[in-house]
Design a protein around this ligand. Sequence first.
Ligand code: NAD
Length: 377
Amino acid sequence: MAKKLRLGIIGGGGDSLIGVLHRIASFMNDNYQITGAVFNPDYKLNIDFAQEIDIPTNRIYKDFDTFIESEMKLDEEERIQVVSVLTPNFLHFPMAKKLLENGFHIICEKPMTTTLQEAEILKEIAQTKNTIFAVTYTYTGYPMVRQLKSMIADRKLGKIQKVDIQYYQGWINPVLHDEEVRKTVWRLDPEKGGNSCCIGDIGTHAFNMLEYVSGLKVDKLISDLNFVYDSNKMDVDGSVLVRMDNGAKGIIRTSQIATGEENNFEVKIYGEQGALKWRQEQPNELIYLTEDAPKQVLTPGHSYNSSFSLNGSKLPPGHPEGIFDAMANIYLGVAKAIRKEEIQSGEFPDLMDGYRGMLFIERTLESNKLDNSWVKL
Ligand SMILES: NC(=O)c1ccc[n+]([C@@H]2O[C@H](COP(=O)([O-])OP(=O)(O)OC[C@H]3O[C@@H](n4cnc5c(N)ncnc54)[C@H](O)[C@@H]3O)[C@@H](O)[C@H]2O)c1
């Protein structure tokens, strides 16, 4: 009988944004049991939170090093198998490195590291290990994003000739104007967030989505980043022109100061024979445009969708799929890979996707620094 995988969680405490998404996603397809954790660097808060969500406290450790040390002393049959790293960005690399070295499977939040050099080190270590490394570009798990990917792979659009990805948020706008409040946000602190805020936090989602659905790679880019105030070290807005490896041109538009915007992530791919458009705020609708027929709105769960999309739907059509389902689909793919079951390409973003995400961040910063010049990826 298939047993649940023993899951460890680092970060993602009761005070976090992303913790609840991972906990629910891990639960949704009955594949994981949260067995141990360091939810919080404060031991009391850590234990209190475990009690609050009813997880036995015997494997709630005081810190990450104790987590590793104690788990490595246990028999393999008992030891945590896969660990989700949900901390602020600067901790991803040291934690993922140590987890890799000790043979754990890893589900790591994006951006995978804070520098490309760190990503290269993880890539090298991973080559010597036989473990699964997922990076949670959550939006790839939506059924209609998977349908978009399938339709492009099936050449429903013909040759892709224009790509346009927009990720607009407004939450940093009020934060940015008050220097004292700014200091309380780790995403605006290079020590904790890495060298970029907007491009690192949401540009990397947009870049990943572009390569994921199109099946193309970004060949080169030119960027123009916006810091708004001289005293603010981190980009909070930026536009990036991209040239894809098939010659198609396009744009990645990102902002965290787009006043009033919530999570307006929109993907538009135009081919010779048609176009597909998807919006995160209406994730159950995939818009299909052609020149000789009215606009079509495709929705999840119907037999006209690809098997890849249908595998990501749990209920019949008309039952909306949301962000929890998207993350759950990624966790499902990881569980299948750990169990060495057959998986389809794209069931979860992996270390190479995380690596390319870091490449995108570094090249975008480089282009901006070079007075907005074209830079090869
Ligand atoms: N995939 C997505 O769509 C998505 C969305 C939001 C955030 N994220 C990513 O998730 C990560 C966390 O973001 P967040 O918004 O939840 O941050 P957050 O600041 O809200 O939460 C961070 C959590 O990590 C804990 N933590 C900090 N240091 C720790 C340590 N040394 N040991 C154990 N726990 C520690 C904190 O107590 C807190 O619970 C970031 O890398 C972010 O980029 C991804």
